[in-house]
Design a protein around this ligand. Structure first.
Ligand code: ATP
Length: 203
């Protein structure tokens, strides 16, 4: 597909939930988080480089990245995080671009949690769709889902763009501040709009 909708939002905003609804309507989904997991899964394409950079202790016996070991490394040496990203990010960028190109659906939802924070993904998107919700709800959902403490969730949110910064770059918004029935009609309306826009782009 040549029409790419970048989907983003803060932690716990509902990105995966909203992306799943677009897929039900026939959109293709390219998810950079899922790609990162593939690359670091059993014998993933990043594993040889990760082992070369950080040592065999970052690989589990099945060849997947040992996430706990990697967290310990990053905790002990914050520069390890940059090293990890230097290996993963180019691979994620390349693979996500290939999959967007190969998709045959009318348009692609390109899910990128840190889209607003990273210019290179924004450039590739025909539109930016932000899943928005009050910060109090983000915290509530992540606490309920992961059993994290509110303070831990707030610490992650502090490393991400603010709600205002995200809304400032949004072309479209799904407001996910209630139950699921609130987002269905919003997704349907945007799906119709993306079908029209993608057809116009092809012409
Ligand atoms: P993350 O950034 O942490 O990956 P996300 O933005 O992809 O999160 P989801 O995983 O879609 O967010 O949603 C976070 C949690 O909140 C999930 O447990 C999800 O089921 C729940 N949730 C999302 N939207 C709603 C809603 N409108 N009503 C009830 N629960 C919701």
């Amino acid at each position: 597909s040549s029409f790419v909708v970048g989907l983003t939002g803060g932690i716990g905003s509902g990105k995966s939930t909203v992306a799943g609804l677009f897929v039900e309507h026939g959109a293709a989904l390219v998810d950079t988080d899922a790609i990162a997991h593939e690359l670091t899964g059993p014998d993933g394409a990043a594993m040889a480089q990760l082992v070369a950079a950080f040592g065999p202790q970052v690989a589990r016996p099945d060849g997947a990245m040992d996430r706990a070991a990697m967290r310990r490394l990053v905790f002990a040496d914050p520069s390890a995080k940059a090293g990890l990203e230097t290996i993963l990010h180019p691979l994620i960028r390349q693979l996500s671009a290939e999959r967007c190109r190969a998709a045959t659906a009318p348009y692609v939802i390109l899910a990128v949690p840190l889209l607003v924070e990273s210019g290179s993904y924004r450039e590739r998107c025909d539109r930016v769709l932000v899943v928005d919700c009050p910060e109090s709800l983000q915290i509530e959902r992540v606490v309920a889902r992961n059993g994290m403490s509110p303070v831990e969730v707030e610490a992650i949110m502090a490393t991400q763009a603010s709600r205002e910064q995200r809304l400032a770059v949004a072309d479209d918004i799904v407001l996910n501040d209630g139950d699921l029935t609130g987002i269905y009609p919003q997704v349907i309306a945007l799906h119709q709009k993306y079908l029209v826009l993608s057809a116009e782009k092809v012409k």
